[in-house]
Design a binder for this molecule. Structure first.
Ligand SMILES: [Zn+2]
Length: 384
């Protein structure tokens, strides 16, 4: 047996509808299939892929969860007195997020987004640690713990470096010829499709660029390895936004007190509520129930989706918007986008994709199964 290399290329948001309409993309990957995603954003999907477990089993779902007693954000309350014109600026908030992350020693992907400073002390943040290194997962281990445990020399390129640099560093590692497994994460396609939708010519351009970069890496690989396997996969797809709705006023006009009667985090495709005072549940549920824009998910629905915790930390109830309906303004931002994901996983637009240039033995139906595929690839590479 010769020397082997396995490359796992994670292209964020490169869904089934993105690649099935572009059969030219990574043509050498002859096995092409659609893979069911899970209910949540990348903050949920990525850990699910890395661990092979649903959110309830790895404790990664949405970014913010209700926990006033453990919230590290108490001191930020003073910022709520700053003029809104200043603190609502995206750039200011990104700089603040960076400063907070460094002050608290967070190594994960940290963003306060558009959450009001007055509300932040009610919440804790789920992804404090870097999930792309061993020990990064809130509960249990990930493929990165496994690779270390199995003693497999590997290379990881995460979201921190630019994509050209990621391909560059992967190329250098391959040229050295000592690694057996490579993991590469790219997020530019996701950002591009949020802005331009999945039908944009810019998407074709980006995919062609990924492919040309990968071809360079593979050319190096074939001179140093006897056998090479490539898997390209994603965490979810991208739906085109057809309708923008402003639902928050329906809640605020109930004159319930935020933080006393209820708490809420308004993501772009779901509104999560915690009911703190009597009567809040009935009134909020009633206020959104007849809008025709989404549906309430209760305990049994959340449980089926793998996103229910006994302490309801991520919400007592979740109002999930219909695929293609965007909440704006939300705590994610105030500028509507053209493409969005984070809708229920049974919608075809949510489907992720898997492309491989080998006949995969692992059974891959849902993105959690990609973990098993990566393990299989790593083991295969180490046997060479
Ligand atoms: Zn995204």
């Amino acid at each position: 047996m010769g020397k082997r290399l396995a490359i796992a290329m994670f292209v964020d948001a490169c869904g089934w509808d993105v690649v099935s309409t572009r059969p030219w993309f990574m043509q050498s990957c002859f096995e092409r299939r659609s893979v069911k995603s899970i209910f949540g954003f990348s903050s949920a999907c990525v850990p699910s892929i890395l661990t092979g477990r649903m959110p309830r089993d790895n404790d990664h779902w949405s970014s913010f969860y209700y926990s006033p007693t453990t919230s590290p954000f108490g001191p930020l309350k003073v910022l709520s007195h700053l003029p809104r014109a200043l603190v609502d600026r995206g750039r200011v908030r990104r700089l603040l997020s960076k400063a907070i992350a460094s002050a608290y020693g967070y190594t994960g992907y940290f963003q306060i987004y558009n959450l009001p400073f007055g509300a932040l002390p009610l919440f804790d943040y789920a992804e404090k640690r870097d999930i792309f290194v061993p020990g990064g997962i809130n509960r249990g281990t990930s493929i990165f713990d496994d690779l270390v445990g199995m003693g497999i020399a590997h290379h990881v390129a995460d979201w921190r470096t630019g994509e050209a640099e990621s391909f560059g560093s992967l190329g250098r590692s391959v040229r050295e010829g000592t690694i057996r497994f490579a993991f590469m994460y790219t997020s530019k396609l996701d950002a591009l499709m949020h802005e331009h939708t999945r039908d944009s010519a810019l998407v074709d351009e980006r995919l062609r660029w990924y492919e040309s970069q990968m071809r360079e890496v593979l050319r190096e690989a074939y001179t140093r390895y006897d056998e090479v396997r490539v898997a390209v996969f994603s965490d979810h797809g991208m739906a085109t936004v057809r309708r923008v709705v402003d639902l928050v006023p329906r809640v605020t006009r109930l004159s319930l007190r935020y933080g006393r009667d209820y708490a809420g985090v308004y993501d772009s495709t779901m509104m999560r509520f915690w009911f703190l005072g009597s009567g809040a549940r009935e009134r909020i549920v009633g206020a959104l129930g007849d809008t025709g824009t989404g549906r309430w998910l209760e305990t049994s629905d959340l449980s089926k989706l793998g996103v229910w915790w006994p302490d309801n930390r991520f919400g007592d109830a979740v109002f999930a918007l219909e695929p293609g309906v965007l909440l704006n303004p939300s705590h994610m931002g105030t500028v509507p986008v053209a493409g969005m994901h984070g809708y229920r996983p049974d919608d075809p637009d949510s489907d992720a994709a898997l492309l491989t240039d080998f006949a995969a033995v692992a059974h891959v139906e849902q993105i959690t199964d990609l973990y098993g595929l990566m393990r299989e690839m790593a083991l295969w590479s180490s046997r060479g």
